[in-house]
Design a protein around this ligand. Structure first.
Ligand SMILES: O=c1ccn([C@@H]2O[C@H](COP(=O)(O)OP(=O)(O)O[C@H]3O[C@H](CO)[C@@H](O)[C@H](O)[C@H]3O)[C@@H](O)[C@H]2O)c(=O)[nH]1
Ligand SMILES: [Mn+2]
Length: 739
């Protein structure tokens, strides 16, 4: 038997059935090639009707085929990781490194302080030596209420952390824990039951105080006078114009104050609102992260950094240990720069009305992992401090994750706070590499992806860790406009990277493996899907009106490749979705959101990115709302689509839906007039087109309801109902008459 020291800390398994999948994929590709051949060889001659559409469809089919190849790259070689945490403890329990955890929040009105505190508490309670743990809250909203909430949370933590450790509870976000302990799962152990009642009471008490401050919109004078930290707001003029506010709320070095009510140590806890000035660009989350990296280096300087969004609480208290199994592995650990956990959501409805990242998390991320590692997605990700700060990979460097015992200069807490503040000032980064070669990169709406890409290009690998108990749970957008806006930011950011100097197509060439490059390109080119999708969801339907056939006839052998590709591809995606534990209706919903994103979010992202790259617009970061009004949440729970206010994106969706309806109606009317002979001819020549148009109508059903049938507040605004109707009917009539 191998000696204990030589056993690895993690193992990697390749997926089963890869060969079968590859044969299947190759056969689909053969079908796609035949479709291309058909399209090229059957183009109508100049002057014939349908030539224009034919060329459009050819372009779309070439694009879809190419994009389909990209998506196969992330299925070609999936790997699964498994960690051995007991080996880690046996070997390194006393040498575990310091961990600095960054929680980012930016707006107390759409990111409620109570939610943020639950995230903070959950990461403070990790199953990890508390003296090695530091939690930093970055508040880009510079809100007194968030600060106050953090003071209250620090008090509550003195009871919460020992409770978690004593009873080994999961999850360690108090709100989520109390919800999970309702009804059947209630606490049964008599002894624990007493503590449970007590801790719940304390939580409610804290919640009450914080909610009151939120309702009032400010902190009462009485509270203000109790904590001198509030004086830092005296010079505050607005959230875009204030000094650095920095407060070490719990100083882990302090033997007296940094202990919980059972006498055990507490993790360090820090509040930071970096300096903001109207004339200085703050670079959104990337700017916040870079300030955090510097500030933490002066206070705790942990070698491992964890970054979570303020809504992503820790749901698995062992995630740090999972991560260290990768980074401290003697053989492979030194190659790994970051460990990414999936972005899972807690608030999804059963059938995922607005889709989710299910397939990306369960299939594609494992696939990219096989080629060099998952993309950094901004939350639920552990980085080595030095690689995030720009270190290049070298084969000879050994993993240096062990706890550093060197004594640091011991400053008093006030001195430490004062000399750390300048690290978060607006001017600190002037003439430095921050935002370029150091820390997170600036100027891109997806700072995370571009930063991860540059780390991969410096020679590092990353690892995807997807344990059975989800490590992080966050909030997915709960209205259609929100998900569309979020995807606009994502697809815009990724397309922006494609056109930038860091393009995965050119810059990464030769620096990362081809499969990895393709994995990145699949996301970089998200936005470009809009054109092909628009072509496919309009032209075939419109040509129904003119009776021009754009697909093979029913008796033609060319029908076979079309049928094979359509049936094969959709059966695969359906089975894959169910395999990822999705529901049947969930898959249908995903197809719908796929269409909506491509025809609205991606279209606007595509246009904006082009405008940006020729210097017309600036990139922005629209923060996703994490709370909804009561009636909106109720409809969400019932899986009724929420449209809300009028917007150009919704107008496009409604117009396309109505256009297809008009085309279908027009076609049916004409066939009815033509009688049985007409119907037979239509069946022979137009079946695929009718099928496509019919599916588009079925998938758009919630839109028709929202436009004309619903009465509730979440329906489509009536202005859109009129506008889209006029545009759709007008286009159909013009199209029909112009032949
Ligand atoms: O100026 C800003 C803007 C945002 N944030 C924080 O960034 C996080 C993510 O913002 P959110 O609005 O929730 O965006 P999502 O689309 O949900 O975020 C995903 O996509 C982003 C990139 O587009 C990544 O930064 C995130 O980590 C990733 O979870 C939140 O905690 C915000 O508080 C800041 O700290 N400062
Ligand atoms: Mn979010």
């Amino acid at each position: 038997m191998a000696k204990e020291e030589h056993l690895p800390l993690f193992e990697t398994k390749k997926a089963k059935g890869r060969v079968l999948f590859r044969i299947f994929a190759a056969s689909i590709f053969a079908g796609i090639c035949l479709i291309w051949v058909y399209r090229v060889s059957h183009i109508p001659k100049a002057g014939e009707d349908g030539r224009f559409a034919w060329i459009g469809l050819l372009g779309a089919e070439i694009w879809f085929g190419f994009y389909w190849l990209l998506t196969q790259a992330s299925r070609w070689n999936p790997v699964y990781r498994h960690t051995f945490k007991d080996r880690l403890s046996q070997r390194y329990e006393n040498e575990l490194p310091g961990v600095d955890i960054f929680v980012c929040t930016a707006d107390a009105s759409i990111e409620p302080p109570m939610m943020v505190m639950n995230t903070v508490l959950s990461v403070m309670a990790y199953e990890y030596p508390p003296e090695k743990l530091s939690v930093y809250l970055s508040d880009d909203g510079g809100s007194e209420i968030t600060y106050y909430a953090l003071m209250e949370a620090a008090e509550f933590a003195k009871h919460w952390i020992p409770y978690c450790k004593k009873y080994n509870v999961e999850p360690r976000s108090p709100a989520a824990y109390f919800v999970s302990k309702h009804g059947d799962d209630a606490v049964e152990d008599n002894h624990q039951a007493k503590d449970f009642v007590f801790i719940k009471k304390l939580y409610k008490y804290m919640e009450n105080k914080i909610e009151n401050a939120v309702k009032l919109g400010q902190v009462s004078d009485q509270v203000r006078s109790k904590h001198k930290g509030f004086s830092q707001w005296d010079s505050y003029s607005s959230r875009r114009d204030h000094d650095t506010i920095l407060q070490i709320v719990i100083d882990g070095r302090d033997p007296i104050n940094a202990t919980d009510n059972e006498g055990c140590k507490l993790p360090t806890l820090v509040y930071l609102a970096r300096e903001k000035r109207p004339q200085c660009h703050h670079n959104f989350k990337a700017g916040a992260m870079n300030a955090l990296i510097r500030v933490s280096s002066n206070i705790s300087n942990g070698k491992l950094l964890l970054n979570v969004d303020c809504d992503m609480y820790s749901n698995n208290s062992l995630a740090i240990r999972d991560t260290l199994c990768f980074l401290m592995d003697e053989e492979k650990g030194h190659e790994i720069a970051f460990v990414q956990f999936p972005q899972n959501f807690k608030n999804l409805t059963k059938n995922e009305l607005y889709a989710s990242l299910r397939v990306i998390n369960e299939v594609e991320a494992h696939g990219v992992d096989g080629y060099g590692g998952p993309l950094y997605v901004g939350t639920g990700c552990f980085h080595r401090r030095d690689t995030l700060c720009g270190r290049k990979f070298s084969k000879d460097s050994k993993s240096d994750m062990k706890w550093d015992n060197r004594k640091r200069e011991e400053l008093g807490i006030h001195e430490l706070e004062e000399n750390t503040k300048s690290l978060a000032s607006c001017t600190f980064e002037e003439n430095t590499q921050w935002g370029k070669e150091m820390g997170l990169k600036y100027g891109c709406p997806v700072e995370d992806i571009i930063t991860g890409l540059s780390i991969h290009c410096r020679g590092w690998k990353s690892v995807y860790c997807n344990p059975a108990r989800e490590a992080f749970l966050g909030l997915a957008p709960a209205t259609l406009p929100h998900i569309l806006v979020q995807h606009k930011r994502w697809s815009e950011g990724n397309f922006h990277i494609f056109l930038s100097k860091y393009s995965p197509a050119w810059y990464a060439y030769g620096k990362i493996r081809l499969g990895h490059q393709l994995g990145y390109l699949r996301y970089s080119l998200w936005a470009s899907n809009c054109l092909a999708t628009l072509v496919y969801s309009t032209l075939p339907s419109l040509y129904l009106l003119r009776g021009a056939s754009l697909f093979p006839q029913m008796s033609s052998p060319w029908l076979i490749p079309f049928a094979y590709v359509i049936i094969g591809k959709y059966t695969w995606s359906f089975v894959e979705f169910l395999w990822c534990d999705g529901t049947i209706l969930g898959w249908w919903n995903e197809q719908r959101i796929w269409l909506y994103q491509r025809t609205s979010s991606y279209l606007f992202a595509f246009i904006d990115t082009i405008l940006f790259s020729i210097g017309y617009t600036n990139s922005a970061f629209v923060i996703t709302a994490k709370v909804a009004e009561e009636d909106v949440s109720k409809r969400y729970e019932k899986e009724i689509m929420e449209f809300g206010a009028s917007s150009p994106m919704l107008t496009i969706l409604a117009t396309l839906a109505l256009l297809n309806l008009c085309c279908f109606a027009g076609f049916v009317l004409e066939e009815a007039i033509a009688g049985s002979k007409g119907i037979a001819k239509a069946y022979e020549t137009m079946s695929l087109q009718v099928l496509l148009c019919g599916v588009l109508i079925l998938i758009n059903l919630p839109l028709y309801q929202g436009l004309y049938l619903r009465k509730d507040k979440g329906k489509m605004p009536s202005s859109i109902a009129y506008k889209s109707m006029v545009i759709a009917v007008f286009s159909c009539v013009c199209f029909k008459l112009s032949c």
